[in-house]
Write a protein that binds this ligand. Structure first.
Ligand SMILES: *[C@@H]1O[C@H](CO)[C@@H](O)[C@H](O)[C@H]1NC(C)=O
Ligand SMILES: [Zn+2]
Length: 295
């Protein structure tokens, strides 16, 4: 390559956004694109019952989440992403839950460890299900409109047992650890298996994408119920590599200030809080003692 053609190549690459979109790293968050530094409505944030205001939202209506759909998995160098290989009119949809209108699922991706923290706790894994407002037609159209994008965040909690439903997906992710950009098919994906059974409890706030360009106006829903995952399963994510063949040990963005934003929370009526669990244990113990003392 001559010097002139090299310069042309660099100029063309920058113009096409290749350099700016692929060169960011999680070690270098202070140098992410300007909106990430200057935005006042950024994500992720620290969530707690202390900062949130309790609010009554209608429950979510989900359609198509229980269907078996073909998916395509990819290591994109920053995360493991799962795209549904189906046409627009077959996409799973959400409405309700305080959202106005219908949103369609674009894709899923994972962060290890979690980006949002709850009561100062950082979970081993956080799943993002990225939706766009159906009337915009695509994520690309929706991304710069306030309320155009709605993300569901699901936290995973360590458990001694593997999550069986996770296995087919993890088998493929393991194969993708060292190959950035290579698509691999997963024939049978049921998105509902990656949502907690009880969706009634969640935090809601307005924030941003957590990767450059950190676009704002994103409606966040972070479910308070979690899904169990084993340490071995989490390890498969932690061994993913970047396009420079560096191990991507962590891919979460640092916490961002609320800057006066309101955080709402809906408490699930069937959520067993620590307090009620403790109270019911005492009750159970009392019953056992009474039962046995009568023998
Ligand atoms: C996506 O679906 C199309 C049509 O069914 C199929 O031809 C293609 O191979 C699929 N892509 C992958 C990566 O599996
Ligand atoms: Zn994400």
């Amino acid at each position: 390559m001559t010097a002139a053609s090299l310069i042309c190549f660099i100029v063309a690459s920058v113009a096409a956004g290749i350099v700016t979109t692929s060169s960011w790293t999680y070690q270098d968050q202070k140098h992410w694109s300007p909106q990430c530094q200057e935005g006042r409505l950024q994500s992720p944030v620290a969530l707690s019952l202390g900062v949130a205001k309790e609010k009554e939202f209608h429950h979510f209506r989900l359609s198509g989440y229980g269907r078996v759909v073909p998916a395509v998995l990819k290591n994109n160098g920053h995360s493991a992403e799962v795209r549904l290989n189906i046409s627009q009119n077959e996409r799973p949809e959400i409405s309700g839950g305080g959202l106005s209108g219908i949103y369609q699922l674009d894709h899923l991706h994972f962060h290890w460890q979690s980006e949002h923290v709850m009561e100062d706790y950082r979970f081993p894994l956080e799943l993002h299900l990225v939706h766009y407002a159906k009337d915009t037609g695509s994520l690309a159209n929706a991304i710069n409109l306030p309320g155009g994008v709605a993300v569901f965040a699901v936290m995973f909690e360590l458990s001694p047992d593997d999550d069986e439903e996770f296995e087919p997906l993890l088998t493929i992710i393991e194969k993708l650890q060292t190959s950035v950009g290579t698509p691999m098919a997963l024939q049978h994906l049921v998105v509902k298996h990656f949502l907690p059974r009880d969706l009634a409890g969640f935090y809601r706030y307005e924030g941003s994408l957590t990767t450059p360009d950190c676009n704002e106006g994103i409606l966040w829903t972070i479910f308070t119920n979690t899904i169990p995952i084993s340490a071995n399963q989490v390890k498969i994510f932690e061994e993913m590599q970047t396009d420079h063949h560096e191990v991507l040990r962590k891919n979460y963005r640092s916490l961002q200030p609320l800057n006066g934003r309101e955080v709402s929370v809906k408490i699930s009526p069937i959520r067993s809080s620590a307090k009620t669990t403790a109270a019911s244990s005492v009750l159970l113990l009392t019953i056992i003692i009474l039962t046995f003392s009568n023998v």
